[in-house]
Design a protein around this ligand. Structure first.
Ligand code: ADP
Ligand code: MG
Ligand code: MG
Length: 961
């Protein structure tokens, strides 16, 4: 068998590994190798590959025998480079044994420092460094760390303290020392003896003195730490496969604890919170390794380094520039200063907020460090939310938590911050808002009839429902702050109170009490915290700020401009009011993909005639009621057409079952009877008749339009009259009438014929025509399977993936709280299929529909208007299917634009792989060719769905708090 390379050395300005070998060397190993290669000062060492870790687990958690000679040989190289000897009593080489997986798992696995010390080598270390204190300080640190990590000296019970910590504390007390550094050398020597005795007492073993034995045990312990509880939990949370294993890097120690000219630190090459191009980090003088993170002493800011150590500050600044130039991304680094010399110990791409991600990507592209395409690929689309949301003041939140005002947690359905007086009824929300109050609507759940109250509220809060519940959906569409599924809440609607079950017992809130909700964190806080709208919103929507004075907005706009150039998919909005249409256009909508007419029926003055229509006993009565609705709908449509300025508008005919429009409470029924001149008995009978055993599968969608063609006809008339009216004003209009829930060609034929007849009639009356189309939603499996014949009648398809997911899985969206949650917890579903399209099932039906539909009509326009249209992984899938557009909530448009661009760029990169050695030119061009390639690849149905690389991590469901 050919020998497989298992150990990669680095140091002395070169390395056997490099940055592209993360799979084998782990992120840390690849990072130190690369830094050696580019001439940064890195202590020499070697990395044992992840393959060895895999073999370690296969072989009963023992280091494979044949690895040892390689370790010894690699160690000899380190000795040669440092001029020190491992185990030498004269000038000992000490090493660290470090863990490092393919992807960083910060703090999850173990590391041992100062390995190679024993009673003989410590003397050599003291003599060579001429610093006895430093030598013994290192020794006692080593005993504690090795005891903990390798020998398993853990506290006996969870509530106990670390056994070495207890001994150290006792020693400090005996010497009247506050800090470790105040202990005399004699005490450090005693600590070593006492630590070893404690090991003997607890474990019955002698502390190993032989450095080679220490090293093997250290390597094995780091491999074992891949399987500790913390690491397993982290892997599960981040969908990291257990098979990967960790690499082990053995590296010569450098010492930040050698005195006042030494130190250690961590830093980001740019500010990770806001992205500012400034060196951001902390350091400690005379300290080692974990001290900075452990918070034993308060570290100093990097910016203070220059005052104290100008030469080191300059070296560090050089390293920062070099690393950024080389990695072309913001780096998170660890460094140690040993007697005035700077050593780098780690580099990786740094985690950042959405705000920082955008700023860094844009500024790096502007500086030609990366191309514009790369900038577009750098930002996680979901992170853009961060730039849109109003925010709570951090300090105010902390104060509230300190004061015990954090009441409960729920699912963060609508990110952002909102404060207001709590009300429990939608009407109240409207009425209070009208008199100038700021309100938060809290309810057990919400329904379409609450829509106006929801709009009036700053945000809403429900006890019931999941991330795709009505409240959550409306929150995204309206850009409202919302928390749903907050199970600690219970309501007494009569008493107008809400009770929150808190850790300290029940807390009762009355109507009008102030609450604050953080829809990003899912926190419900008592009282009012101050908020401000984000800069982007101030410019785009509120128009209270000039773009020129809004740098965050400018970066946002720039990045999205680049994204727009790269994408092939168009983006549209789901919007059903003129003001939502205006917001959509501001966020870049190229049309409306779904205008839900039922929301309009709840608008001012419309619910009355709607109900009249429903309780009507004869066709004539029904027509009379519809005649009242006609002008109201017409006005809504005209408003939307105007707001959309010639962009296409897809209007869906009535969809929900009629019972949703009727009152359920006795007062409402009496009132309805009075208003319509019907008997209460009749109204009640009608309500009973309309009761749906299963509203999801009931009398709804095109079924309603087939039972009551006059409703479809009234809606069609309103649409075409509005279109003609707006066209007469000289504006362009593009109505697209969409029939919901079609499963058979004849259903669509029936409805399309009515719509077309009305269109012709209106055009004849007005003596003018407008261009229009009639299409269908594909949202039941039969519709997808029969897409071929349906396309003979349809001008376009739009996937209603909410219903298509419900009907394909046979699971109701309202069951998310129970079934779905347990399925996700048990790993039966990897992701919530209502959030991210299930490519294997629902996705296959979509592919079938695209294929069959376009076989009938090659130019069939196809889009998606389910909630998935704003989910990055689903957008990518739509790109791969060759859809024409995705439609999503207005506030998700930026996400969809960016996700669509990334899908196109990734596809292009897969088709034309760039040689890894040569970074892409930073000129931001290549768009034309890219677009051509995309078009060529966009043949529907031929490309198999590729799993997105990070699908599982990105689409993790939000855990219930
Ligand atoms: P983690 O992955 O938890 O950050 P590391 O392997 O990076 O673990 O090590 C923890 C700390 O020890 C880091 O702060 C690092 O700077 C320090 N350290 C690791 N190896 C050495 C070394 N050879 N010399 C000096 N300090 C080291
Ligand atoms: Mg580290
Ligand atoms: Mg539907």
């Amino acid at each position: 068998m050919a020998a497989v390379k298992r150990i990669y050395s680095f140091g002395g300005g070169k390395a056997e590994g490099n940055r592209d070998m993360k799979d084998l060397l782990g992120g840390k190993g690849a990072g130190v190798a690369e830094m050696s290669n580019i001439g940064l000062l890195v202590p020499p060492g070697f990395t044992i590959t992840t393959d060895v870790c895999v073999a370690f687990y296969k072989g009963g958690k023992k280091l494979p025998k044949d690895v040892l000679p390689g370790v010894e040989a690699a160690l000899r190289k380190v000795e040669a480079l440092t001029g020190k000897g491992f185990g030498s009593a004269d000038d000992p080489l000490l090493v660290s044994v470090r863990s490092g997986a393919r992807v960083s798992m910060p703090g999850m696995m173990d590391t041992v420092l100062n390995l190679g010390l024993n009673d003989r080598t410590v003397v050599g270390l003291a003599k060579r460094s001429q610093n006895e204190r430093f030598a013994w300080d290192s020794y006692r640190r080593f005993c504690a760390m090795f005891g903990d990590v390798v020998l398993g000296m853990k506290p006996e019970r969870k509530e106990d303290r670390d056994p070495f910590e207890v001994i150290l504390e006792r020693k400090k007390r005996a010497h009247g020392a506050k800090l470790d550094a105040e202990l005399p050398v004699s005490a450090l020597k005693e600590l070593v003896v006492e630590f070893k005795a404690e090991v003997k007492r607890r474990k019955g073993i002698d502390f190993p003195d032989d450095p080679m034995q220490q090293l093997v045990a250290g390597i094995e312990a780091v491999f074992r730490s891949w399987d500790n509880e913390r690491a397993i939990a982290y892997r599960r949370l981040n969908a990291i496969p257990a098979e990967w294993g960790t690499a082990v890097t053995v590296q010569a120690m450098v010492f930040g604890n050698m005195g006042e000219d030494s130190g250690t630190g961590v830093a980001f090459t740019r500010n990770p919170a806001d992205g500012r191009n400034e060196f951001y980090g902390e350091f400690l003088v005379n300290a080692q390794g974990e001290d900075v993170v452990a918070g034993i002493r308060t570290p100093q800011k990097i910016s203070e380094l220059a005052a104290r150590f100008p030469e080191i500050a300059r070296q560090l600044e050089d390293a920062r520039a070099k690393l950024e130039r080389h990695y072309r991304d913001m780096q998170d680094i660890e460094f140690t200063i040993e007697r005035g010399r700077l050593y780098l110990l780690q580099t990786r791409s740094g985690k950042r907020t959405g705000l920082a991600a955008v700023r860094i990507a844009v500024e790096m592209a502007d500086a030609r460090l990366i191309s514009r395409e790369e900038a577009v690929l750098r930002v996680d689309p979901a992170a853009l939310n961060h730039l849109l949301r109003p925010i709570f003041d951090d300090a105010a939140r902390l104060r509230a938590v300190d004061e015990g005002r954090l009441l409960a947690r729920g699912l963060p359905a609508g990110p952002g911050a909102a404060a207001g007086r709590v009300v429990f009824f939608a009407e109240d929300a409207e009425a209070w808002k009208a008199r100038g109050e700021q309100v938060v609507l809290a309810r057990h759940e919400t329904s379409p009839e609450d829509i106006r109250g929801m709009n009036a509220a700053q945000g809403f809060l429900t006890a019931f429902g999941g991330m795709t519940s009505h409240a959550a959906l409306v929150a995204r569409q309206m850009g409202k702050v919302a928390i749903v599924g907050c199970e600690a809440l219970s309501f007494d609607y009569h008493a107008r109170t809400m009770t929150v079950a808190t850790a300290r017992g029940p807390k009762v809130l009355r109507e009008g009490d102030w609450i604050s909700i953080d829809g990003t964190a899912g926190e419900v806080i008592e009282g009012s915290l101050a908020t401000t709208p984000s800069e982007v919103m101030q410019v785009l929507i509120e128009k209270t700020r000039e773009p020129s004075s809004a740098p965050v907005y400018q970066q946002f706009a720039k990045l999205l401009g680049w994204a727009d150039r790269a994408r092939r998919l168009k983006v549209r909005a789901n919007a059903d009011q003129p003001d939502q249409a205006t917001v959509s256009v501001a966020f870049g909508a190229q049309g409306i993909g779904l205008c839900r007419t039922e929301h309009m029926f709840f608008g001012e003055g419309k619910i009355g005639p709607m109900r009249e229509m429903i309780v009507a006993e004869t066709l004539a009565e029904r027509r009379a009621a519809l005649a009242k609705l006609l002008p109201l709908q017409r006005e809504d449509f005209a408003g939307i057409f105007r707001a959309m300025g010639g962009r296409p508008v897809t209007i869906r005919t009535i969809d929900p079952p009629l019972h949703e429009f009727l009152p359920q409470d006795p007062d409402g029924i009496t009132e309805l009877a009075r208003a319509t001149g019907k008997s209460e008995v009749h109204v009640r009978a009608r309500i009973d008749e309309l009761h749906e055993a299963n509203p999801m599968l009931g009398h709804r969608g095109c079924r309603l339009g087939i039972s009551y063609p006059e409703i479809t006809e009234m809606q069609a008339r309103a649409i075409f009259e509005a279109a003609c009216e707006v066209a007469a004003e000289g504006l362009e209009v593009q109505p697209e009438v969409m029939i919901p829930l079609v499963g058979a060609k004849k259903e669509l034929e029936h409805q399309a014929a009515r719509v077309r007849a009305v269109a012709e009639a209106v055009f004849a009356e007005r003596g003018a025509r407008v261009r229009y189309t009639v299409g269908t939603m594909i949202e039941v499996p039969r519709g997808a399977v029969c897409a071929g014949p349906i396309a003979e009648v349809a001008d376009f398809f739009s996937f209603g993936t909410n219903d298509l997911t419900q009907t394909t899985f046979g699971i109701s969206r309202d069951d998310v709280g129970t079934v779905l949650q347990s399925y996700l917890e048990n790993g039966i579903y990897e992701v919530d299929p209502f959030v991210t399209i299930d490519r294997e099932g629902v996705g296959e039906l979509m592919r079938l529909a695209v294929e069959r539909g376009r076989r009938t009509k090659p130019n069939l326009k196809i889009g998606i208007c389910g909630e998935h249209g704003g989910d990055p992984s689903s957008v990518e899938f739509c790109h791969q299917l060759g859809l024409d557009y995705v439609s999503c909530s207005p506030y998700r448009l930026p996400i969809a634009r960016l996700a669509a661009a990334q899908a196109a760029l990734r596809e292009q990169a897969a088709a034309h792989p760039v040689k890894p050695a040569r970074p892409a030119k930073a000129n931001g061009r290549g768009g034309e060719k890219a677009r051509a390639t995309n078009r060529a690849l966009a043949v529907p149905g031929v490309k198999p769905a590729k799993e997105p690389r990070k699908k599982r991590t990105r689409a993790r469901p939000q855990a219930r708090a």
